[in-house]
Design a binder for this molecule. Structure first.
Ligand code: MIC
Ligand code: SF4
Length: 644
């Protein structure tokens, strides 16, 4: 039992705990104040919410955003948007229409509040930590359950205090701060932890800059990242006409962190994450000079007004180098309206930037795929192999400053070579125009009951899964290495994303990037097992990375360690998530081996009999009693339905 040492994370957590013991690693249930969903995960989340059978959302605020699936190459994505809009109207959610912007940028601008808990069906939900919200990414089903008013369960995290001192030098920005954190702790250094920023350097960063840092904290595997709520936060909320929602929230002076890290902002330099991992970080100065074929600016990490203003002022009077394309996705309409008003949009257009819509776009392979073998320099947060839509593209992740300098020069450029830093001026008040949010109907359930839910032909009903037996039999269907991402397990992109509400169809693409024969093999063998290394399932929150393998008959995933959200998704869909007791045993299991795994009631360790090799291995798991119960029932949906 730890005492209330008074970090920001602990203050929010402790106020929201409704069950469980306050001690790192213990399972606690949290009251959730706000929820967010987006269109790529939200369709499934809404189908699940409907299946739970509650007449209206019970969270204080639920927002359904349409920002990922905005490419309309046929009826599927627009059908899903009509479905989401009708569900929002029927069940009392805000609906953010396509064109309004990226969920995390919009939520920060218009809804996120210090001291509140937020759960979102998107792994970058911690963006709202920039305003002092305790914001967690989760699978769609967990968000649906929170929409139904039930608490969300997590392991009480360890809190890492990151003490910021100094001030960012010219040409260095918030992206370099989080890239430096990633350089130090890599893509699994944050697992089981909250990254909390404090110290004198905090006040030098604006809320959108803080949000860039908390957004990409996701790439460390952290449960979330959070900044205090101070005068800077108040000024931001005042400028968004939300000053009345501000509360002060800082760590007590005697607060004790479970771990400490110091980061002197003054010592940072422009950094880049190299292909194909956000944790492979190097100074730009060491790798500058390589020819670049594409620069892409935007994504929930770097599409705020501050970021696009700096880009506009760097590009002013220049032309994009003739060997590359520059695409820009602004984060929201507020950003665009300001750029138009200040004339800075003209600098972007005049320089030759291709202005795309306010949406995720190229970040999730929705358009603007790079050419073959291209080097693509992006302000995004992920550079996993194939995610851009081009398998052999080399994606580098950088700050807006590096991206803009590179766009002018045609080669990867350290922006400090450009000379004087462009100064930008932020408006004292933001242009507030909420006309693309459709607010919920007043809470008169009778009025909403008659609202027809619009379902296009691509929206298929949820598959039903039977309870899990005590003994699982089958073949090892695939064996993968460390840090395998959910983009590998269930790819996204323009072709596959529109199938998110159609499980039989989307299942045909499981492991497409690394083993396109997997779905056919899994079906032919009647299902089986996946063997993996460390940090299996890092990255996106997409529950389809569990749901689709389940549909193909996967019974257990046996690995050295799991990423947090994917582990929860496996439990939610009735796939046993097991780990090797001795990680060295990973070596002894091969693809094609016939296994018998005796899980029993999942109360203790588990035995794996390798029938091909004739040996026995000890497996273990981190399941709570409740997790075990959910798993054995065949997943969370039947379990929740039984409760309701
Ligand atoms: C991503 O960045 O990978 C996504 C697309 O936003 C995902 C959600 C999804 O797969 O729909 C995420 O980060 O959770
Ligand atoms: Fe959208 Fe990219 Fe952010 Fe995911 S990481 S929410 S795809 S902008």
């Amino acid at each position: 039992m730890i005492t209330m040492s008074g970090t920001v994370a602990e203050k929010i957590l402790n106020e929201h705990i409704v069950e469980g013991e306050i001690a790192p690693g213990e399972e606690v249930a949290l009251k959730i104040d706000q929820t967010l969903t987006q269109d790529a995960t939200g369709t499934m989340a809404c189908l699940q919410f409907e299946a739970i059978g509650i007449p209206r959302v019970k969270a204080e605020l639920s927002v359904s955003y349409a920002d990922h699936n905005t490419l309309q190459t046929d009826f599927k994505n627009p059908d899903d948007h009509r479905y989401l809009q009708s569900v929002a109207r029927r069940y009392g959610l805000y609906f953010s229409r396509p064109g309004n912007g990226i969920c995390h940028q919009l939520h920060l601008e218009r809804f996120a509040c210090p001291g509140k808990t937020l759960i979102g069906s998107d792994s970058h939900t911690p963006t709202a930590g920039g305003i002092g919200s305790f914001a967690i990414g989760a699978g769609g089903l967990d968000v649906a359950v929170s929409m139904a008013g039930m608490p969300y369960r997590i392991r009480y995290p360890r809190v890492v205090g990151i003490k910021l001192t100094g001030k960012l030098p010219d040409w260095v920005s918030a992206k370099d701060v989080i890239l430096e954190v990633l350089r130090r702790i890599d893509v699994k250094g944050g697992v089981g932890k909250v990254l909390e920023y404090f110290g004198p350097g905090v006040k030098t960063l604006s809320v959108p800059e803080r949000a860039t840092i908390t957004n990409m904290g996701t790439e460390t595997g952290a449960t979330t990242s959070v900044f205090p709520s101070d005068e800077v936060t108040k000024a931001f909320m005042d400028a968004q006409e939300r000053g009345d929602q501000w509360i002060p929230l800082v760590a007590d002076s005697d607060a004790e962190y479970d771990e400490l890290m110091e980061l002197n902002l003054s010592e940072l330099e422009p950094l880049a994450a190299l292909p194909h991992s956000p944790g492979k970080v190097k100074p730009v100065s060491e790798i500058a000079g390589m020819e670049v074929q594409q620069v892409a600016i935007g994504s929930c990490t770097n599409s705020s007004l501050r970021d696009l203003k700096i880009v506009a002022n760097i590009l002013k009077g220049h032309t994009v180098a003739d060997n590359l394309h520059l695409t820009i996705n602004p984060g929201s309409r507020q950003v665009v309206e300001h750029l138009i008003e200040s004339d800075e949009m003209r600098y972007l257009v005049a320089a030759g930037a291709r202005i795309l819509e306010n949406a995720c776009g190229p970040c999730i392979g929705m358009g603007a795929a790079p050419s073959s073998n291209a080097v693509s320099v992006r302000t995004f947060n992920r550079n996993f192999e194939g995610r851009s839509g081009t398998k052999d593209a080399q994606v580098f992740l950088v700050s807006p400053e590096v991206a803009a300098a590179t766009a002018i020069k045609g080669v990867l450029t350290d922006p400090r070579d450009l000379g004087d830093y462009s100064r930008i001026e932020m408006p004292p008040r933001f242009i507030v125009n909420d006309n693309m949010f459709i607010p919920p109907l007043p809470p008169d359930e009778a009025a909403a009951v008659g609202i027809v839910i619009v379902r296009g032909p691509n929206i298929k009903s949820l598959p039903d899964f039977p309870p899990l037996p005590d003994t699982l039999n089958g073949e090892v269907l695939i064996k993968v290495g460390d840090n395998l991402t959910t983009d590998h397990i269930m790819p996204a992109g323009a072709k596959i994303l529109p199938l998110r509400s159609n499980i039989p169809e989307i299942s045909k693409y499981v492991f497409e990037v690394i083993d396109p024969e997997f779905p056919a093999r899994a079906l032919e063998k009647g299902g089986g097992f996946i063997i993996g290394g460390e940090n299996y399932g890092q990255g996106s929150s997409r529950e389809h990375a569990a749901l689709a393998p389940k549909y193909l008959g996967v019974k257990a995933v046996i690995v050295k360690s799991f990423a947090r959200i994917h582990l929860a998704n496996l439990i939610n869909f009735g796939i046993a998530p097991l780990t090797f007791k001795d990680p060295a045993d990973y070596e002894s299991v091969d693809m094609g081996d016939n296994l018998e795994v005796v899980i029993g009631d999942l109360r203790g360790d588990v035995k794996l009999r390798n029938l091909t090799k004739g040996n026995e291995i000890e497996l273990t798991h981190s399941l709570s009693q409740l997790d075990a119960e959910i798993l054995k029932t065949g997943g969370k949906l039947p379990w929740v339905k039984a409760k309701v």
